[in-house]
Design a protein around this ligand. Structure first.
Ligand code: SF4
Length: 460
C-alpha cells in the first residue's frame, strides 16, 4: 500500500458504509486516457464493481479528464458539478476526479469541491483499489505525482478491454520533450519505459486470447528503451512483429526526431506492421518549429517521410498541425500549406493554437495571432487537405483491401472497418454471409469520399 501520497495528508470525511456496486467512467482525450479508463474499470471489476453506461445508476463515478482541451479545468469542474447534483440526491454516491486535469489541480480540487471523494492522477491509476479502501475508512485522498516505474502497479491481465480484437499496450509513459505548447510533460510526468519482457508478456497474453491487432502506445512511442538492456524501439518492433497470431501492429505517437534508420527498416521488413504512420509535424515553417521547441526542421521531416515511403511503398502518413501559434506570420502559414501540398498527407488533424496554463509558449511573449486570422488559416488548411485526401482516396477505387471490421454502420446490415492503412471503409456483407466486428474480410473499393471509402465485399 503506497498511500497516502507524498505531501498530501488525507482529509477526514465520514466513512462510507456501502461498497459501490456499479461504476460509470467518463473518458476525455487521448488513447492513453482511454487505456487508463480500461485499467480502472478492470481493477474495479476485480472488486465486483461492474460498469454501467448510465451515471444515474452508478454508485461510483470517475471523470477521467484531459488537459489538452481548451479551458480544461473549467470544463472538468463544470462536469463534476453535474455529478454533484446526483450526489445531492444520493449521498452515498462516490465521485473520483482522475486524469490530467486532476493531476494538475491536486489538492485544490478537494478544497474546491467539499463532496469530491478523491483525486487520482494518471501516474497512480494502479492504486485505485487502495484509494477506495481508504475512502471507506473515512479518508479523502489526493494521489498524484509519478512514482518510479518499478513501484507502479500495472496489472495488464485485469484490464477491461473495450473489444476482443484490438488491444492497446502502453510501452512508455510520460514525456521528456519540451514542446512549448504542450502540457503533457507536466500532467503525465517524465518518461518511463516498460521493460521489454513486460511488453512482450502483455502482447502474448492478448494474442493468446485471440486479439488480432495490437497498438503500442506512448506520447513519444519511438523513444522507448528497454530499461534493462537499453534495446530501442527498432528491437521492440522486430520482436513484437514476429509474434505468432499477430495480424496487425500499430503504434502511436511517433516523434519525428526519434526515428532511426533501423526503425524505418523494420517498418519495411514486417508485413504485420501496418502501412500507416501518424507523424506529427505541427508546422511547415522552420521558424515556427523552433519557437515550438520541436528540435527538427522541415527538411529533416520531409526526408524522413521520403525514407518511410521508400522502405514501405504505399504507407499512409497522417500528421498534426497547429495554426495560429503566437508569432505565426502569413509566410509561415504559406510554408505549412506548401508542406501539405508536397507531402500529400493521407489525413491530418489541424488545431487552432490555444494557450495552456503552465506551458512555455505564453512566456515567450510572442505576438498573438488574431482569432479571425487563425480561424481563416484553419479553414484554408482543412479545405486544401480535404481536396487532397479526396484525390488520394479516388486513386484507391478498384483496389482491394483486407479490412478489420470495427463496428456496425448506420444503414441496417452495414459494417465499418479499417484498412491496414487505417482508412475507414463502409460496406455491406454479401447476402447470407454473417460478418461481425473483429473479423477480417476482403473488400473492393467502389467509391471514394474525402474521409472514408465505400466498398463491396469480395469472396473470402
Ligand atoms: S513530444 Fe511534445 S507534443 Fe508530444 S507529448 Fe511531449 S511535449 Fe507534448
Amino acid at each position: 500500500m503506497t498511500l497516502p501520497p507524498a505531501g498530501a495528508p488525507p482529509v477526514a470525511a465520514p466513512p462510507v458504509e456501502r461498497r459501490p456496486r456499479r461504476c460509470f467512467v467518463e473518458t476525455w482525450g487521448c488513447q492513453m486516457n482511454e487505456l487508463d479508463s480500461q485499467r480502472m474499470s478492470g481493477l474495479l471489476m476485480e472488486q465486483g464493481i461492474l460498469p454501467t453506461r448510465d451515471p444515474k445508476e452508478a454508485d461510483l463515478i470517475l471523470l477521467n479528464s484531459c488537459s489538452v482541451r481548451e479551458k480544461a479545468a473549467q470544463k472538468a469542474y463544470s462536469r463534476l458539478g453535474e455529478y454533484r447534483r446526483l450526489k445531492r440526491r444520493r449521498p452515498e454516491l462516490l465521485i473520483g476526479f482522475c486524469g490530467c486535469v486532476a493531476q494538475q489541480e491536486g489538492e485544490k480540487a478537494l478544497s474546491r469541491i467539499p463532496d469530491l471523494d478523491f483525486v487520482l492522477g494518471p501516474g497512480r491509476v494502479g492504486e485505485l483499489p487502495d484509494i477506495l479502501a481508504a475512502r471507506r475508512r473515512g479518508q479523502r485522498l489526493v494521489a498524484t505525482g509519478f512514482p518510479d516505474a518499478r513501484r507502479r502497479r500495472y496489472a495488464f491481465d485485469s484490464l477491461s478491454r473495450q473489444t476482443s480484437y484490438k488491444g492497446m499496450v502502453t510501452i512508455i509513459e510520460g514525456c521528456n520533450k519540451k514542446c512549448t505548447f504542450c502540457i503533457v510533460p507536466q500532467t503525465r510526468g517524465p518518461e518511463q519505459s516498460r521493460p521489454l519482457a513486460d511488453v512482450l508478456a502483455e502482447v502474448r497474453h492478448l494474442l493468446d486470447y485471440g486479439f488480432v491487432e495490437i497498438e503500442l502506445l506512448g506520447q513519444t512511442v519511438n523513444h522507448w528503451r528497454d530499461p534493462e538492456s537499453g534495446a530501442d524501439f527498432a528491437v521492440l518492433l522486430d520482436r513484437v512483429a514476429r509474434l505468432d497470431g499477430l495480424r496487425r501492429l500499430r503504434f502511436v505517437t511517433s516523434y519525428p526526431r526519434d526515428f532511426t534508420p533501423e526503425m524505418v527498416a523494420q517498418i519495411g521488413r514486417h508485413e504485420t506492421i501496418c502501412p500507416y504512420l501518424h507523424l506529427p509535424v505541427q508546422s511547415g515553417s522552420d521558424r515556427m518549429l523552433k519557437l515550438m521547441g520541436r528540435g527538427y526542421d522541415v527538411a529533416t521531416y520531409r526526408r524522413l517521410v521520403a525514407e518511410l515511403r521508400a522502405a514501405r511503398p504505399g504507407i499512409a502518413v497522417s500528421t498534426d498541425l497547429i495554426v495560429g501559434f503566437p508569432g505565426e506570420r502569413d509566410e509561415d502559414f504559406a510554408a505549412t500549406l506548401r508542406l501539405v501540398e508536397e507531402v500529400r498527407f493521407d489525413s491530418l488533424f489541424a488545431f487552432k493554437y490555444s494557450p495552456r496554463p503552465g506551458t512555455a509558449a505564453p512566456r515567450l511573449k510572442l505576438p498573438p495571432v488574431a482569432e479571425a486570422v487563425a480561424s481563416e488559416r484553419l479553414q484554408t488548411l482543412l479545405a486544401r487537405q480535404s481536396a487532397i485526401q479526396h484525390e488520394i482516396n479516388r486513386g484507391l477505387v478498384g483496389a482491394s483491401f483486407e479490412v478489420l471490421v470495427t463496428g456496425w454502420g448506420k444503414e441496417p446490415g452495414s459494417l465499418v472497418g479499417r484498412t491496414p492503412c487505417h482508412r475507414v471503409v463502409h460496406f455491406t456483407p454479401a447476402a447470407g454471409r454473417a460478418v461481425v466486428p473483429g473479423e477480417m474480410t476482403r473488400v473492393r473499393i467502389e467509391r471514394a469520399l474525402p474521409h472514408s471509402l465505400l466498398a463491396a465485399p469480395l469472396a473470402a
